[in-house]
Design a protein around this ligand. Structure first.
Ligand SMILES: [Zn+2]
Length: 404
């Protein structure tokens, strides 16, 4: 063992190897700072007196499976120039940390491939230490994303726990980066985002979101020049919710057991896109049967299938005509649910057709949502909300998205 190995193996520069011993399964290297290089930590002058030292240990990268520790007496120095007494700075570890920077880098590297608990086990440390390392790293990289270049964004809420627990996420649609995670849903959650956005002087052109009143009024207030684009997945989802309600009502109205049974079996089939119905399970036939015996259900179902075509028209003009036609048919259908939905579409018409000016959606956030679900399974990060939010900020970059 030598000072040179200390440098080449762990990058410890400016320290001299003193001795090594093996104790309680740990390899402990004692080192010493080069006396000649000692200066006052405040004014860097060399006119100093030594006032003993304080012994400390740092976790270092292991050798094989053996945990390695660096032990050193940190000299206390009295400076004759500025007459202060201070500990000298340790170059290989951050202040107050119990591990070296090399160890920190290694733990982060492992975190890209393993869950927190795996890394902790592998390195023989508590999982909270690995979490702390990850959290500091994520905070450094992601807590203050640059907003200046934002042009097109998507806003959506994500459910983080059973009950009414939500986060609001803002996505940069050009880069795919999450640029903000707010507590809760609705207008309140976005307040800090507007503040930061104002400071950044970004010029937002378009915002993709659902048709919730809270978002509409928040965006209209804070980004009056931006075009609102109602996300088409959300429009269809809203229709599907209404369709389910409608199906339940029908179920309660019909008398015959046979009809009840048929309607009951269609619950999921009605929500599926027809191209996703599974032939082997007779899904198309079962759906067909239920629709045949129940005309209103069939009408609503086919109106949904029609509505989906709204977003695949060639031009905005054609789409506008298509929408007008759809609403007209809904209004003469005699089905209250369709009439109401036509009203909803009428109210949000501009934002729906704006898709043809900015073909954007919140769909990317859907992918983020799935990753979050995976993350939730690793409950460790989830208990610390701040940490969880930082992980969401990092989620789009597989390069940084630390596992679990
Ligand atoms: Zn000094």
């Amino acid at each position: 063992m030598s000072t040179s190995l200390l440098y080449h193996a762990w990058g410890l520069k400016g320290y001299r190897y003193v001795r090594s011993h093996y104790c309680g399964g740990k390899l402990i290297f004692t080192v010493q700072p080069n006396q000649r290089s000692l200066t006052c930590p405040v004014c860097h002058c060399r006119d100093i007196l030594l006032h003993g030292s304080i012994y400390r240990m740092w976790r270092e990268v292991s050798i094989g499976s053996k945990p390695v520790f660096i032990q050193m007496g940190i000299p206390r120095i009295e400076c004759r120039e500025c007459s202060t007494i201070r500990q000298v700075k340790v170059s290989f570890a951050d202040q107050r940390r119990t591990y070296t920077r090399g160890f920190e880098r290694y733990a982060l590297e492992l975190s890209r491939h393993m869950t927190i608990i795996d890394v902790a086990r592998h390195l023989n440390v508590g999982w909270d230490l690995i979490k702390e390392i990850q959290k500091r790293f994520l905070h450094k990289c992601f807590s203050r994303p640059k907003l200046k270049n934002l042009r097109q964004i998507a806003i959506d809420e994500i459910s983080i726990a059973k009950g009414q627990k939500y986060l609001t996420v803002v996505l940069d649609l050009d880069t795919g980066c999450v640029v903000f995670v707010g507590d809760g849903n609705g207008a309140e959650a976005l307040q800090p985002f507007w503040r930061r956005l104002r400071r950044s002087r970004a010029r937002i052109e378009a915002v993709a979101m659902d048709m919730s009143k809270a978002y509409i009024s928040a965006v209209t207030e804070h980004l009056p020049a931006a075009t609102i684009v109602f996300d088409h997945f959300h429009v269809i989802k809203l229709f599907n919710d209404k369709l389910q309600e409608f199906r339940r009502q029908l179920f309660n109205q019909v008398q015959s057991e046979m009809e009840k049974k048929l309607i009951k079996g269609t619950r999921w089939l009605l929500l599926k896109n027809p191209e996703n119905l599974v032939e082997e399970r007779d899904e198309p036939q079962r759906l067909q049967k239920a629709l045949q015996i129940n005309q209103p259900l069939a009408t609503v179902y086919y109106m949904k299938e029609d509505l989906r075509q709204l977003w695949s028209q060639k031009t905005r003009k054609r789409s506008a005509r298509f929408l007008a036609d759809w609403m007209a048919r809904a209004r003469v259908s005699g089905i209250c649910m369709l009439e109401k939905f036509a009203d909803t579409l009428q109210t949000h018409r501009d934002g729906i057709l704006a898709y043809y000016d900015y073909p954007i959606s919140t769909g990317h956030l859907e992918g983020t949502n799935n990753k979050i679900k995976t993350m939730k399974r690793h409950a460790y990060g989830f208990r610390d909300k701040e940490f969880f939010k930082l992980k969401i900020m990092a989620i789009h970059l597989t390069k940084y998205a630390l596992v679990g």
